[in-house]
Structure formats: C-alpha cells, structure tokens
Write a protein that binds this ligand. Structure first.
Ligand SMILES: [Zn+2]
Length: 189
C-alpha cells in the first residue's frame, strides 16, 4: 500500500524532463527502462520500452489483455485500500478493479515479479534499437540486473559510442566510451 502511494506521488525529475525534451526534439528515438513508475512517459518520452512492466497497467491472467490504469484510478485504489479493514473489503476492491474488461477473468498488475520472465518481444525490440542506434546513453543504473544489463553491449558490438552515468565501480561503466559518476539529474543543464 505504501509502495503504491509512493508511485502516485512521484514526479518526473530533471533527468526525466531532459529525456522528454530530447524525445520531443526527435533526438531521443527510444528509451529502455527497468522502472515501472511511468515517469518517463509522464515526462513526454514518446517511445518507452518498460522491460519490467508498469504499475499503471493491469494484465488479464487468462487472455493477456492489457488495460491502462490512469494515475487517477491508481490514486482511487490507494485511497480505497487504506479504508479496507477486512478480507471481504479487499475482495470487493479486487472485484471492482481487477477484472478483465474483455473476458472477465482476474487481472494482475502488469509488472515482472522476482522469478518471472520479462516480455521477450520487448527485450528483442530493445536489442534491435540498440544495434541500430547512433549513440546510446546509459543512465542511472548499476548495470547488474540481467537481461537488461546486456543491452548496452549490443550497441557497443555494433560500433556505437555509449555514455554512462553510473558509479565508476559499476560493472556496466567499464565498457562505456565515456562515463560520468554523476546521477542523471545532475547532468542536466
Ligand atoms: Zn481477459
């Protein structure tokens, strides 16, 4: 419950806003993220590949239909969750928000939990973009969570320069053409 509250209260930072502006200018073609908070979308980035899904989406456990959950709906669910006192209250809340509009089966948050596989189509799309990129920026990651940590390697193999803002000791920083230890928002003008 507290986690959902932090998602609904989070706002794009200077780093997200810079990326949104680069996207609007046509310089940033796509963004690949493991974040599930949608802040890149909210900052205006046009193409976002969310390898670990989004807390603002529900996915049907039966037919795989994906349903968008607006910020307003997420806030509503949080408020109602806070008022739930019994198991019956929780079941009623689930009936209200966790049903697939297409087939009626239970829906679940469209996020990748520990031990689950990421969406293969999303991963292959990210690899394809990395191979085709002119430059790759790798921001705000220690680069130790796989398979996402493999993606900069595809750009490097394709001969593309890459710039990373990660701790210098991070494994992913070693392969960068240029690097900075500053967090992404501090790199913004
Ligand atoms: Zn369904």
């Amino acid at each position: 419950m507290d986690a959902l509250g932090s998602f609904t209260q989070a706002k794009p930072n200077a780093g997200h806003i810079m990326l949104g502006e680069l996207s609007s200018m046509g310089i940033l073609k796509a963004l690949v993220t493991q974040n599930i908070d949608d802040l890149e979308h909210r900052a205006g980035v046009k193409e976002v590949i969310q390898l670990h899904g989004s807390v603002y989406k529900m996915r049907c456990s039966k037919c795989e239909e994906v349903q968008d959950l607006s910020e307003q709906t997420a806030a509503e669910v949080l408020e109602k969750l806070k008022k739930c006192e019994t198991r019956k209250d929780l079941i009623e809340l689930a009936h209200e928000y966790a049903h697939c509009p297409k087939c009626g089966a239970w829906s679940r948050p469209d996020i990748v939990l520990f031990g689950e596989e990421i969406n293969k189509d999303d991963f292959y799309r990210a690899v394809e973009l990395a191979r085709a990129s002119d430059v790759m920026l790798v921001l705000g990651t220690s680069g130790v969570v796989y398979p996402a940590a493999l993606i900069p390697g595809y750009a490097r193999k394709a001969g593309q320069p890459s710039s990373k803002s990660t701790p210098r000791t991070a494994k992913s920083a070693r392969s960068a053409t240029s690097r900075s230890a500053l967090p992404a928002p501090r790199l913004c003008p």
